[in-house]
Design a protein around this ligand. Structure first.
Ligand code: PLP
Length: 353
């Protein structure tokens, strides 16, 4: 069936192992983040085979899919009040920043005969989730009184909303906060989680702050790219995921539309470069399934001209391959395109070696 994504088990394992080899000897554990491939269990298993010791996802539905894999599970997105019981059932840890949610988690844990582990998120300035640093003491003082939960760590998320780059100052602050709270409230701190794929560069530059003992890594394991500066990391595979789509029309036509130009299907006013008559291929995949700006043909002589909901239009004029209708074209993807392709039910997903 097409379109489909092929996921290379060996490349995902290799990327995971490369990161584990870098971080494990320095006492930093890695949570393998599975949300970008909807937690397909075989792909998550490839991460574990590469040495990943915890799996993390933003959605409880995804964590349910991972229940059979015997490693600790972490819920990355702050829990919703309407999913509390499932959080306690399917996640060993959750990231939190709201006392009302902690109270519900505690209550659910008590009634299920469990203790739920909490990582308190601190907002270091990126302005997505997290308790503001000045409010941490008060927050922690109230959180420790809630039964059924145990505070096992502190964490921060950077370079997500605000684009703030992790460094010695902001991550150093997280370490200080964690140590202070540990001391003051006698906490058993296991995890000081210093961010995502944007924190990896600090280790490569030997600037990784001591006291940070965990990262939550998604993109770098999947696409081989650190996300502070967007650099591909040496020895990592960028082509773990391949999108394959079928050509359904192939014709020589002008490069510029004919007639008065209004809006396209998405309300934008299109502009077109005049390349004369070109060979245009339409593949059966569209914005429901991909982000045309994040799609990279493996045949680098192909240009992507645009996409509507269900069609993507290619210029194959300069390609050395003689494409025919029914042929399959291959692409690699960036993070946003991969996320969309993974969540599209119209795209088949298969594991390959
Ligand atoms: C998605 C997510 C991550 C992983 O981010 P990458 O940039 O893919 O490494 C880490 N932490 C949280 C809270 C997330 O939501």
């Amino acid at each position: 069936m097409y379109p489909k994504i092929e996921i290379s088990q060996s490349k995902l394992k290799h990327n995971s192992k490369t990161m584990c080899d870098l971080f494990t000897p320095r006492g930093v554990s890695i949570m393998g983040v599975t949300k970008c491939f909807c937690a397909i269990p075989e792909a998550a298993q490839a991460m574990v085979d590469g040495g990943i010791s915890m799996l993390a996802d933003s959605r409880i539905n995804n964590l349910k899919r991972l229940a059979e894999i015997p490693v600790k599970k972490v819920l990355l997105r702050l829990p919703m009040h309407n999913e509390i019981e499932d959080v306690v059932r399917y996640a060993d840890y959750s990231l939190n920043s709201e006392l009302s949610t902690l109270k519900l988690l505690g209550k659910a844990a008590v009634s299920l005969g469990k203790v739920h582990n909490i990582i308190i998120m601190v907002d270091l300035g990126d302005l997505r989730e997290g308790v503001w640093a000045e409010d941490i003491d008060k927050f922690t003082s109230e959180a420790v009184r809630i039964s059924g939960i145990k505070i096992k760590g502190f964490g921060a998320n950077l370079t997500c909303y605000g684009g703030v780059i992790p460094d010695e100052t902001n991550l150093g602050n997280l370490v200080k906060i964690s140590e202070k709270m540990k001391e003051k409230y006698n906490l058993e701190i296991e995890i000081v989680s210093g961010g995502n794929s944007s924190s990896v560069y600090l280790m490569s530059e030997n600037r990784f702050p001591s006291g940070i003992n965990n990262l939550r890594l998604g993109e770098i394991l999947l696409l081989g790219r650190e996300t502070a500066y967007g650099k591909v990391v040496n020895g990592m595979h960028r082509d773990t995921f391949t999108l394959k789509a079928e050509i359904i029309e192939l014709k020589d036509k002008p490069s510029v539309p004919i007639g008065n130009i209004g809006m396209d299907a998405f309300g934008n006013i299109p502009s077109h470069e005049d390349r004369g008559i070109i060979r245009r291929g339409i593949i059966a995949v569209g914005r429901q399934d991909i982000d045309p700006d994040g799609l990279f043909p493996t045949d680098n002589k192909i240009d992507i001209l645009g996409a509507s909901s269900d069609h993507t239009i290619l210029d194959v004029t300069n390609s050395s391959s003689e494409y025919k209708v029914g042929d399959i074209v291959e692409f690699h993807m960036d993070y946003s395109c991969l996320l969309r392709a993974s969540t599209s039910e119209y795209v088949d997903k298969i594991m390959v070696d």
